[in-house]
Design a protein around this ligand. Structure first.
Ligand SMILES: NC(=O)C1=CN([C@@H]2O[C@H](COP(=O)(O)OP(=O)(O)OC[C@H]3O[C@@H](n4cnc5c(N)ncnc54)[C@H](OP(=O)(O)O)[C@@H]3O)[C@@H](O)[C@H]2O)C=CC1
Ligand SMILES: O=C(CO)COP(=O)(O)O
Length: 318
């Protein structure tokens, strides 16, 4: 049995993809009304209405039903993950973080948050370019499974791969965490560029210089360059900086157009930009795009001023 915590878009999509292989999957939902609705309708009306549940997908409200088995996938937004997993109690299976970001209060990524919240557990992260809707309807998708322990990583890779969901494995958990976290910040920046009508050339420049920031911070924290250039880094950067389906990109579009954005929508890059800007200021790391996104999101700069600031920085080598 594979357990999944979080019945939002991503948790539900993974549950459907894994259950389609015929194995038992248990999806835990915190909301009683939503759980009953899903059990009755056999689809997730709130988050993924076009994807019916396979027979082997069980909905539960009993958290103890997901604490053992082959793996427990944690698919809740990063800023809520610590409080979510605190409810689990004893866990007898590897925990796989299925979220992207840097925790505002600690500066930690998903794996480190899990290990901090539940000391002694085995952890991994599943990350890379994929929209929940694509995974749920069985479109081909490739993701990175990062686990510090190579043997556990290989077992998880095998358990979580399906005919339409292909996993590559790595032991570089830092690289996988940082790539997934920072690409969302760059997606906000690219959305803002397009939203403000600055054009595709400016977006390409933002993506490329954003990737340079990802490499700069990755080097400092010990990420491997091939991880950052892989699915969890460059791959996800390419997807979310160019697709209207990305919520981070959509927030950027709204900022660029000076429109209001619905605060209930999950946008991991906003808090991550702030967390990373704090780290960069403390450690003297130059992250101009991340800093600009932080300031745009908090409303302390305008698109016009932000562009002027970025374009008039001292000239340097690439
Ligand atoms: N959607 C996508 O295409 C993809 C998302 N991801 C990542 O997956 C993670 C989750 O995103 P996504 O599923 O899209 O988000 P959604 O907004 O679709 O869903 C979030 C889910 O988490 C639940 N939740 C929030 N806080 C808690 C908590 N404290 N305890 C328990 N459950 C909680 C919500 O419950 P409730 O409804 O009751 O609020 C909801 O079920 C993010 O890090 C995102 O970056 C990764 C790849 C693709
Ligand atoms: O992470 C994602 C794609 O890989 C989903 O992107 P958004 O969270 O921006 O919608």
């Amino acid at each position: 049995m594979i357990g999944i915590m979080g019945a939002g878009a991503f948790g539900t999509a993974l549950a459907i993809a894994l259950a389609k292989t015929g194995q038992p999957v248990t999806l835990w939902c915190r909301n009683a009304d939503q759980a009953q609705d899903m059990a009755k309708l056999r689809f997730n009306r709130a988050y993924l209405p076009d994807a019916p549940f396979p027979e082997t997908l069980e909905i539960t409200q009993d958290i103890h039903r997901i604490t053992s088995g082959t793996a427990l996938l944690v698919a809740v937004p990063l800023q809520s993950m610590r409080s979510a997993v605190a409810q689990l109690g004893r866990v007898d299976t590897p925990l796989v973080a299925c979220c992207k970001g840097i925790e505002l209060t600690t500066g930690l990524g998903p794996i480190r948050v899990l290990e901090d919240a539940l000391p002694g557990i085995t952890t991994a992260i599943l990350t890379g370019p994929s929209f929940a809707a694509d995974i749920a309807i069985g479109r081909p998708t490739a993701l990175t499974l990062a686990c510090a322990d190579a043997t556990t990583g290989a077992a998880l890779q095998s358990a979580l791969t399906t005919p339409t969901l292909r996993l590559y494995r790595t032991t570089d958990t830092i690289g996988a965490e940082l790539g997934g976290a920072l690409k969302n910040v760059m997606a906000i920046a690219c959305g803002a560029v397009i939203g403000a009508g600055l054009g595709d050339s400016a977006r390409a420049a933002t993506m490329t210089r954003g990737f340079a920031e990802m490499q700069r911070i990755g080097t400092i924290f010990g990420a491997r360059t091939d991880t950052l250039a892989g699915l969890s880094g460059l791959g996800d950067l390419a997807l979310t900086c160019t697709s209207d389906l990305s919520r981070n990109y959509q927030l950027g579009l709204s900022l660029g157009r000076e429109e209001i954005f619905d605060p209930k929508i999950t946008v991991e890059g906003a808090a991550t930009a702030k967390a990373m800007s704090t780290i960069a200021r403390q450690r003297g790391i130059d992250l101009p795009i991340t800093e600009t996104v932080t300031r745009l999101v908090e409303g302390s700069t305008t698109i016009k001023d932000a562009i002027e600031t970025l374009m008039t920085r001292p000239l340097k080598e690439e």
